[in-house]
Ligand binder design. Structure first.
Ligand code: SAM
Length: 297
């Protein structure tokens, strides 16, 4: 570091300087809204803690604000997946400051398998200020992990407030309740921890964000994730329609199977998806999955 340059509490330069020095002009196409406030990134890291002995998978470290907080908070190892090669030099400085504890993977998180970094018997946690454009796809992929319980023991993730509300929604919040709420509620205990105002980001997005914590349930109702995903996709795909109509969109469903599937869950076909509990969806999905397996030649 150049003599006389400013350092922060973790001994590294302020993030604003890092971004300027490495020419990290935020790119909208990569969902780049950076956090520069180290008090805020420390708060997010604390929400994921305690981190001693924990491997953290972080998606989208960018210039390294949250990465630094996770390491300062004591994470044993951080595996950070970043698509923007412009950020690698800045992240290399963080890695040098915390020898042997930060591994940066250059790539698209949608195609990298983070379970490869899990060490048997050691906790692995996913912590990220997710890029808005792929956040929901990444979460859905992690929730559909088989077998369950998964390779991570907790997720602490930043989403737009509107997505966070859909994640924690139950049938009582009809407007927000949908496929995401069913998948999250089925396999995890999800709750919003705190909001982050738009002004905390550079550049500021148009909306408020929220930190969501998702803790895997050890024994969710038994069902194959892919089946539940398909049934909820069909049911909520036309959420204003009655189930006896919307469920016709379920791939491969024979017309004669519709009523038995509803009966298996004791669900009236005139109801709408937003009125059903998670257990109702699981019952329908399990019946449909078994029917397809039995129908195979
Ligand atoms: N963690 C940093 C922070 O909190 O300031 C940056 C968060 S920014 C919202 C999202 C980051 O994800 C950016 O660094 C962006 O380059 C990266 N990103 C976007 N799409 C990605 C993808 N498919 N795979 C991996 N990283 C991605």
């Amino acid at each position: 570091m150049a003599a006389g340059s400013e350092v922060t509490s973790d001994g590294l330069p302020p993030l604003r300087d890092v971004v300027a020095r490495h020419g990290l002009e935020p790119k909208r196409s990569l969902g780049q809204n950076f956090l520069f406030d180290l008090n805020l990134t420390a708060r997010i890291a604390r929400t994921a803690g305690p981190l001693a002995g924990v491997t953290v998978v972080e998606v989208g470290p960018g210039p390294g604000g949250l990465t630094r907080a996770l390491l300062a908070q004591g994470a044993e190892r951080v595996v950070a997946i970043e698509q923007d090669s412009r950020c690698l030099a800045a992240l290399a400085e963080v890695a040098a400051h915390y020898p042997g504890r930060l591994e940066v993977i250059e790539g698209d998180a949608l195609t990298v398998d983070p379970s490869a970094y899990a060490v048997p018997g050691r906790p692995l946690r996913i912590v990220a200020n997710l890029p808005y454009n792929v956040g929901t796809a990444l979460l859905t992929g992690w929730l559909e992990t088989e077998p369950w319980p998964p390779w991570f023991d907790r997720m602490v993730l930043m989403f737009q407030r509107e997505v966070a509300e859909r994640i924690v929604a139950t049938p009582a919040q009809r407007v927000d309740y949908g496929r995401l709420g069913v998948l999250c509620g089925w396999r995890t205990k999800a709750r919003i921890q705190f909001d982050v105002p738009a002004s905390a980001f550079t550049p500021p997005p148009k909306i408020t964000s929220s930190i969501v914590e998702l803790v895997p349930r050890p024994d969710p109702l038994p069902c194959r994730a892919g089946a539940l995903s398909a049934v909820t996709q069909a049911a909520f795909g036309q959420r204003r329609k009655m189930l006896r109509q919307s469920l016709k969109a379920l791939p491969g469903l024979q017309p004669a199977d519709l009523q038995p599937m509803l009966d298996a869950a004791a669900v009236d076909g005139t109801r709408r998806a937003e009125e059903l509990t998670i257990a109702d969806f699981v019952a329908m999905a399990s019946w449909w999955d078994e029917r397809r397996i039995n129908a195979r030649p």
